[in-house]
Design a protein around this ligand. Sequence first.
Ligand code: MG
Ligand code: MG
Length: 252
Amino acid sequence: MIEIKTPQEIGKMKNSGKILSASLLAVREQIKPGQTTFALDKIAEKVIVDYGAVPGFKGYRGFLNATCISVNDEIIHGIPGDRILKDGDVVSIDSGVLLDGWFSDSAFTVIVGGRAKKEDRKLVEVTERALYAGIDAAKIGNRVGDIGFTIQQYVESFGFSVVKDYTGHGIGRHLHEDPSVPNFGKHGTGIKIRVGLCIAIEPMVCAGSDELFVESNGWTVKTVDHANAAHFEHTIAITENGPEILTAWLGD
Ligand code: MG
Ligand code: MG
């Protein structure tokens, strides 16, 4: 069932989203060679808790951390730990916030240090642009399939592939709600986009094949061909004025 949110509820989600973007920004500033993924997770958690909010991922299906940190061929759901980041690593940070009963969810990918490979830079750039293309497609009167169609067309035009087995999602009082928001699809299919719909759009893009597997830890999703992957995500609300990003970074 799709829960349509009131402007007041969207306001609460925006407050949640502001804390999340502050937390992600703090993490981004500390991503450097020699840093462990666990240390980055602690930075995210501290910002969220200092604002009086709750890390939205902690406790979700038994997940123990505030963030998922996925490196190189890890697409999503990487578990923070003692892994030390190296120059040129492609690192995706995904996190969520629960504030006053309302969730937000957002992710970004960066390349560690100054030695980025050209193809990795392209992968990250295309994934980020795919997210904004998807957000632009979330117009009132369009359908959810239009978002996936737009993302897929854009990503595949660069020879990259979109993940099919994991999708974006509705969001609100729960981290994951209906509808599912795939990163692929057909024009004019799926439910209609209307005012009050709140969704997380999150292209997960592989430099090679979209074939994936889940690691033995039961969480981390990796590419079978070990090609690198990137992930960008925003929580958005459909308002009278169209899609509004609730997890926009300061200055966005
Ligand atoms: Mg997320
Ligand atoms: Mg999500």
